[in-house]
Design a protein around this ligand. Structure first.
Ligand SMILES: NC(=O)c1ccc[n+]([C@@H]2O[C@H](COP(=O)([O-])OP(=O)(O)OC[C@H]3O[C@@H](n4cnc5c(N)ncnc54)[C@H](OP(=O)(O)O)[C@@H]3O)[C@@H](O)[C@H]2O)c1
Length: 164
C-alpha cells in the first residue's frame, strides 16, 4: 500500500489558483515540489494537467483524473476516472502525491496520510481554493520559515502535516 501525500502551495486566504494558473511566482516552491515528487507518482485533475506548460511532469508517473477518457493511447501519462482507479494504478509506488487542483484536493483529504503545504504568506484573488484544514485531524511534524528574497517576493513556509 502506497503512502498518499497531498502537496500544495496555499495562500493565507487558502487561494491556490486563478484562471488555471498559480496566482504567484515562487521559484523556491517549484524547486521544493520537484525535489519531493521526482521518482514518485503524481495524481492530478484534468484542469491542473492542462495548466502544465510542458505537458506531463518528467521522471514521475503522471495520472490525470477525468470523466472523459481520451481515445487511443496517451503520451507520457495515464488516465483514471476516479480517485480509487488512480490509486490502483499506483499500487507499486512507495509514495503517491496528490498535486491538485482544488477539486482533487477536496476529494483526497480523507485518503491522505501526509500533507506538504507551502504556506504563501499573502492574500490573493483566486477562483480555486484549498479545502479548509481541520487541524484537529492534522499534526504539524516539520516547518521551515523563509523571508522574501530577490526571486521569491513573498514570505513562505514549508510545513508538513501528518494525519492524527
Ligand atoms: N497552488 C497549488 O499548489 C496548485 C496545485 C495544482 C493546481 N493549482 C491550481 O488549481 C486550479 C485548478 O483546480 P480545479 O479545481 O479548477 O481543477 P482540477 O482539480 O485540477 O481538475 C478538475 C477536473 O479533474 C477531473 N476530476 C476531478 N476529480 C475527478 C474524479 N473523482 N473522477 C474523474 N475526474 C475527476 C474533472 O475533469 P473532467 O471535466 O475532464 O471530467 C474535473 O473537471 C488551477 O488554477 C491551478 O493552477 C494550484
Amino acid at each position: 500500500m502506497s503512502k498518499i501525500s497531498i502537496i500544495a502551495a496555499v495562500a493565507d486566504n487558502y487561494a491556490i489558483g486563478k484562471s488555471n494558473k498559480l496566482p504567484w511566482h515562487l521559484p523556491a516552491d517549484l524547486k521544493h515540489f520537484k525535489s519531493l515528487t521526482t521518482g514518485a507518482a503524481v495524481v492530478m485533475g484534468k484542469r491542473t494537467f492542462e495548466s502544465l506548460p510542458n505537458g506531463p511532469l518528467p521522471n514521475r508517473k503522471n495520472i490525470v483524473l477525468s470523466s472523459m477518457m481520451s481515445e487511443g493511447v496517451t503520451e507520457g501519462y495515464y488516465e483514471a476516472n476516479s480517485i480509487e482507479d488512480a490509486l490502483e494504478l499506483c499500487d507499486n509506488e512507495k509514495e503517491v502525491f496528490i498535486i491538485g487542483g482544488g477539486a482533487v484536493y477536496k476529494q483526497s483529504m480523507e485518503f491522505a496520510d501526509l500533507m506538504y503545504i507551502t504556506w504563501v504568506h499573502a492574500q490573493f484573488a483566486a477562483d480555486a481554493f484549498f479545502p479548509t484544514i481541520d487541524f484537529e485531524k492534522w499534526t504539524e511534524v516539520s516547518r521551515e520559515d523563509f523571508e522574501p528574497d530577490e526571486r521569491n517576493i513573498y514570505p513562505y513556509s514549508f510545513v508538513t502535516y501528518q494525519k492524527v
